[in-house]
Design a protein around this ligand. Structure first.
Ligand code: SF4
Length: 337
């Protein structure tokens, strides 16, 4: 069965004065209709660049897709013209960005901003589009929608503005929404409301969502599958429940130790020491080796292959090679888990 979105061996470079940054280095994952897939990792891991590539928004120059394929609904995104990309973004792929204030036009009423896409991409008349805009505001939970449609973005709170951005993204009934850190600029209560809203809208519309986040709490709350990225590659992927119950990669272990416990258990949060590698000259071996408590000699020399576990759960780490010492042996040798 063909997936709604299939990203295969995607590589994206950026030219800078200092050389070429290899921001995304062979990323593969898929998204099916009606599911949320979270791409998670620290800033600079390549997750937002991957999202930009899917939306055809890599600024070129300095960026370019050097290899790989992005198939959406059977169409190759990397081979599309600017016009085709523009049409697909308006009708089939919706976008929600981190900061609703920059995503909205401050000089335009919010109703008109929602109606704009409907007039351009769905050929609705002005009146019909305006009416649909009010319906969309109701759908995303904005009270007194007819009146609010006549107001400007600055008259809305941060959470309400993000609801407007979601209404714009969904107005043309896309099949896929890319949400890049959609709740990062919001306080925790509003964050939970926006995640609930996205989940409800997803179920009602059988939407697929690619959720870009650095926050494992958001992943646990909102996604069915996760793709953990580090230094431009996928280090672990699989069903969210599996990853949380049986994480397989030391980087994922580190992310979990740095995250507050949802059950309120008081454990010391442990940040991952060190910094990601230089992506001008990425290491030949595992990119996490310099920060990994379990690094072995082979890790420095050779990139590990992904090992398959249950239900599509995979991790790229030498610890899962049958010749590697068991974790217990490493702990006995003084490494920490
Ligand atoms: Fe650590 Fe080696 Fe696994 Fe990389 S491959 S995460 S360095 S044990």
């Amino acid at each position: 069965m063909e997936h709604l979105l299939q990203v295969e061996n995607l590589k994206v470079n950026f030219k800078t004065f200092g050389g070429e940054v290899k921001a995304v280095r062979g990323v593969t994952f898929h998204v099916d209709k009606g599911e949320t897939v979270a791409i998670v990792g620290e800033s600079g891991c390549g997750k937002s660049v991957t999202a930009q590539a899917i939306m055809g928004l890599i600024p070129s120059p300095p960026g370019r897709i050097v290899d790989g394929s992005i198939r959406f609904n059977g169409q190759e995104i990397t081979a599309m013209s600017k016009e085709e990309l523009h049409r697909i973004r308006g009708t089939q792929i919706g976008m929600v960005f981190q900061d609703p204030m920059t995503a909205l036009n401050p000089t335009m009423k919010v109703g008109s901003q929602i109606a704009e896409g409907l007039i351009r991409h769905r050929n609705l008349g002005k009146q019909e589009a305006k009416q649909k805009a009010v319906e969309m505001l109701k759908l995303v939970g904005i009270p007194d929608a007819a009146k609010r449609a006549e107001q400007y973005p600055h008259e809305f709170s941060g959470g309400m503005r993000q609801r407007v951005v979601i209404a714009i993204a969904l107005a043309c009934s896309p099949e896929l929404v890319i949400a890049d850190e959609p709740t990062t600029a919001l306080d925790v209560t509003v964050q939970a409301q926006i995640l609930d809203l996205m989940r409800d809208l997803q179920q009602q519309n059988n939407l697929a969502i690619v959720l870009i986040t650095h926050d494992l709490g958001v992943v646990a709350e909102a996604a069915q599958r996760a793709v953990v990225m580090y230094a431009g590659i996928v280090v672990e992927t699989g069903p969210v429940e599996e990853i949380f119950a049986r994480p397989k990669h030391p980087y994922t272990w580190g992310l979990m130790k740095s995250m507050p416990r949802i059950d309120g258990a008081k454990e010391r949060l442990v940040p991952i020491e060190g910094a990601p590698p230089d992506l001008f000259n990425p290491p030949h071996g595992c990119p996490f080796a310099a920060r990994c408590d379990y690094a072995m000699e082979i890790c420095q020399r050779q990139m590990p292959e992904a090992t398959d576990f249950a239900d599509g759960h995979k991790a790229a780490c030498w610890l899962h090679d049958e010749r590697a010492p068991k974790i217990d042996e490493l702990v006995a040798a003084g490494r920490q888990v």
